[in-house]
Design a protein. Sequence first.
Length: 535
Amino acid sequence: MSLTLTKLDEKLSVTGQISIDDIDEIANSGFKSIICNRPDYEGGGDQPSSEELELVAKSFGITFAYLPVRMGAITDERGVAFQELISDLPGPVLAFCGSGKRATALHEMSKSDEVLAEHQAVVAACNWDNAFDVVVVGGGSAGIGVTASLLKRRPALRIAIIEPNDKHYYQPAWTLVGGGAYDAADSVKEMSEVIPKNAVWIQAAARDFGPKNNLVHLTDGRAIGYHQLIVCPGIRLAWEKIEGLEETLGKNGVTSNYHFDLAPYTWSLVKELKQGKALFTQPPMPIKCAGAPQKAMYLSCDHWQRAGCLDQIDVEFDTAGAVLFGVADFVPSLMEYVQRYDARLAFNSNLVKVDGKKKIAYFEIKDSAGNITQEEKPFDLLHVTPPQMAPDFLRNSPLADASGFCKVNEKTLQHPDYPNVFALGDASSSPNAKTAAAVRKQIVVVAENLLAEKEDQTMTTIYDGYGACPLTVENGKVILAEFGFGGKLLPTFPLNPTVPRKLAWFFKTTLFPWVYWNVMLKGKEWLARPGKPGK
């Protein structure tokens, strides 16, 4: 063999940089696995990439693992990961870098008591068959989208998606369903249809995280190992936080566009109501799509106005917040519609109880001094936006911040305590609006920064807090609110974003759903790239 090999123990040998042509000889020498410890494109890119080597290695039946280590000090985390590979991969194993020195140093590190103890805890729970390069927790828009984007960049990655549900929903359409402008059946597909074909779908629920041992524990007792983790299980709708609500949802005039099965009931109630009292509620933040509660009101009022019965209906919007919308630039335009529909605004008014049979809603009202009183309000139609919180298995884990969401650096979306963990979507602690549009931008940030961390490179892709809320103020017009951190306006098009437009209605009802299914979930990143530092 032309390569110079150094045998370190019965299972492991090391060498310098290998070429594609060397793999034939490596296979003939009996090696079953190869570990690449040299970062791709190091020193100007004179060596073949890890993906090129892996494709050829697989053709010879050799398992290939990529664990890049930059020259200089080697972290304990890399030592643990190297020891995991040595134990899990079929032997004998050949590890290489530029000269073989880093592979040798990793072997020496793996002998330390601390590294061995951490590794043994991992080995006790998982093996190569259920340990992945990347584990994604959540099969919603964030999980499917980021997996597709990662596989576009690195097709050889072994990625598992942990998701218990067998249906995938395009939730932004449910406001339209509740307004009679969209078919609910068009907002759902089988999960098997949207899972990227090269990813492994683990149809089970996560129970908790073990980030020190790089494990996700499942409710069925399994432990799934990872080298990198993406946390995106979404936000939990806490219907139980409102007394009596669960018993009356879907009947007695009580509905919510936040549920696939209930959005059609919203439209049924709106069509049937000719006179009476209609209440629309919004709980304390955070919630997904903060504009959705009032969008339900606008579309309902538009229908009643067109039907000629709006003046017979008393409309009220009860919000636990102190303002109509969190970005002040859009409030004047929204207030024009509030006045047009003669809707009453009740600020600092939080729904806490529902008596469906008596059709009475109970609100806690906070005055300017912070005093709270309870008020009963009768209704004929009650549209409820439920309180929302991080999933319990996340909020009770080491990954959570004080509010229960996955702690991240808001610019890189990397966990500050566990560098191999990233989060995006509604479960992230980033202070952006929790919308599908935000996810579209975050996917690029996580995909590029995760690979930078994997390849021991500097992260240069920065999230600016972009989010968008298409405010459906009437059937046929939308205010396309796009903004970033601190409420900074970030319009995609050179138009006044505060003006209701028919074009934005077309985007909301036709273009955005198509982009979701055919672009975002397929790893295509049209108009999704965030800015670079300083731009």
